[in-house]
Design a protein. Sequence first.
Lengths: 218, 125
Amino acid sequence: MHQVADVEVAKNIMDANKRLAEKNLKNLEDKEIFCVDFVGAIGSGKTTLIEEIIDNTDYNIGVIAGDVISEFDAGRIEKHDVPVVGLNTGKECHLDAHLVGHGLHDLPLDDLDMIIIENVGNLICPVDFELGSHMRIVVVSVTEGDDTVEKHPLIFKTSDAVVINKVDLAEAVGADADKMVADAKKLNPNVKIIKSSLKQGSGLDEIIKAIEEKKNSL
Amino acid sequence: MHELSMAQGILNAVIETAESNNATEVNEVTIELGRLAMVNPEQLKFILGVLVENTIVEDAEIKFEEIPVEIDCRECEFHGSAILDDKDHYAPMVKCPECDSLAVEILNGRDIVVKNIVIEKPEDN
């Protein structure tokens, strides 16, 4: 004979990642390392921005580059003579705290004071996965369309700074960069918003300043 | 877009609880889904349907309950349930119902929780 029973499970599927993110953060803080993670769509300019930050600051930077096939971005960053770990997510659309934990393990933490994480190009899935960084910066380019910010509210709401990149191309693609600024401000009134054209060298100083301000505020 | 890894986490939690309660079969699984979690319930149900094959969860009915979005408004100090836009997508705008501001802090509505399961098990003797 069988009986039927109602059993409480009460298991939060998101908790496992949150716990690992907290562990990553503690690991970073024990080593006095500041960590910033970059999210944004494919082709928004994340890798270029990371290259520019490496070349234009004096920090001892290590990079975790996530991608479905990570060797491309990791290979670009390696040329700047900093330690890089490429994380292959394979079929997954985002980095998670577990993968980042492995990445941290493979970096020479004792020699670093800043770690930059480049997430997989995606404005949706990374929202669900904290990584354990101190700061999240979302990079969006005007070429993605000036409705991109309002179409992806959560990533803009949960980031600490917004970079609106490739503004030199706005006219050519018929995009209004100021609309994107206004949309981001509406969603996240206190967020730092920076317009940039990394190819033309504008906005980089402000981005570096925003990272330093956050670093010094901790 | 990451329904597969979420579905695997859900199934692991269900099987673990079922086995520790000596279940021979799982009849029903209730999942609480945050309205702002970046997963689509239909896709989640589809992929769960694939993963449960040849497990004790194979014939279970999968039920979803929505976790509503709770907010603190930074403009007018409202605290409670948000209003969401009625567009059919899974990253809705979250607004304060009092002052319409989008400048709100999201307190709840982003989690995925396996709430409970209904199992069959041998009679206790």
